[in-house]
Ligand binder design. Sequence first.
Ligand code: AHR
Length: 524
Amino acid sequence: MRSLFVVFALIVLVITAPMMAAQKVELTIDTSKTGAKIDRNIFGQFAEHLGHGIYEGIWVGPDSKIPNTRGIRNDVVGALKAIKVPNVRWPGGCFADEYHWRKGIGPQRSVTLNPNWGGVTEANTFGTHEFMDFIDQIGAEAYVSVNVGSGTPQEASEWLEYMTAATPTTLVKERAANGHPVPYKVALLGIGNESWDCGGNMTPDYYVSQMKIYSRFVRNFNPAQQDKHQMLKIAVGPGGDGPRWTDWTETVMKAYQQHTWSWDINGLSMHNYTVGHWPPSYASVGFGETEYSQILKSTLEMEGLISEHSAIMDKYDPDKKVALFVDEWGGWYAPLPGSNPGFLVQQNSLRDAILAALNLNIFARHADRVRGANIAQMINVLQAMIMTDKEKMVLTPTYYVFKMYVPFQDAAFIPVTFDAGRYTHGDVSLPRVDAIAAKDTNGKLWLEITNLDPNEPVEVEAGLAGITAKSASGETLTAPKVDSVNTFDAANTVMPKPISAKIQGGKLTLKLEPKSVTVVSVEQ
Ligand code: AHR
């Protein structure tokens, strides 16, 4: 009898343990206090001529058996349209400072080298017209990085004339002869890339003198971009933590403060990868909770870096005219065994989905200054949205996070207060949850909540001051393991699924699964 009772008690314990373990987190959302607009450009992508990011990832050529439109993969275009990519940064990265645009136009393309990335040949079959066609097909805008390192102001200025001018100059006629009489729109212009390193190892002062020249002479002539929709010029900014980088930001921003009518910048770039430590050696798959917690700890350093550099920018630009563009970010891990190390091929796991959500939330909280970001990189490289292998395509956990966050594009930030609690593993201690809220352009309330804890569910109760909530619905993204991935053979392991959310007594309640990203909307 006694042993029966023990067995019964054990069964009860096993059944109720997960419920007992759920942690409670109370959120307070005051919908009357709207903050800055979460610029859709923080959901930007980066596509460099690197590995299979462009060739095979986007471009297969018009003669390929893989279904394509003018050489551009239809499956990739369809997937990217669904995440409403606002802009694509191209052609690099380090590649941009060795790119000579004339080699990528016209019927005869030069075959060149790509010394930065695997030393392979560059066919230049994907050039200016193909890039513009691609972004047009996915509905994004162009973020073009011009070559400051090994190019000249003249080369860059002629490229912009070729792309954007409407009057019949020789270059404009050449563009028309190459199939595009109408000027292209260039929304964003990057003046160099990592000019402190692969872009020419410049000192901040030397870069500033180059930046002024490029800003002055690399003009956008598109008639539709003269008053409204002016091209934003993004200067090279910091690439890490420490005095070298604060000096860089100080120098560029001090110059900006003293700028005259003849030159201007509208943004300062920041590059910050989640690596753990250099060279990248963390595995992208086949890891456990220790590596999970360490990488998430490392990614949260983005917050301090943005705060530090925003504070410097505030000194020289208190009106926040110059945006901070985090135009390279994401997880950078050891190359997959058997891959070309210069191609930066890695897997993309549930950990990356959580990493992406945490970074997007940091950008949203700094929406007054951070008005652009580009995850590195879009396809087949680093923390990609999409992976391809010949005719096969798979969407990564990070892709699904970007899809779930679409409603936050251009939404108004709403402050959320909460006591996150702590999740601890070994010597790593992290906030248990993270959350943001925003009101979209139709006035609908959206809430994102990440449960970082890989072991414990979280019961959320959110007070919604300022609205009469009627119902709530949403999606959650989780998977069996912290390193669960989608593969070509098992493409649906990490996918969003509907979550049940209730409104009770004017409060939103829902239960978050361990290691999950959740987005809910509230009907009023
Ligand atoms: O994204 C890969 C490389 O990382 C880029 O080319 C460079 O800008 C950065 O160092």
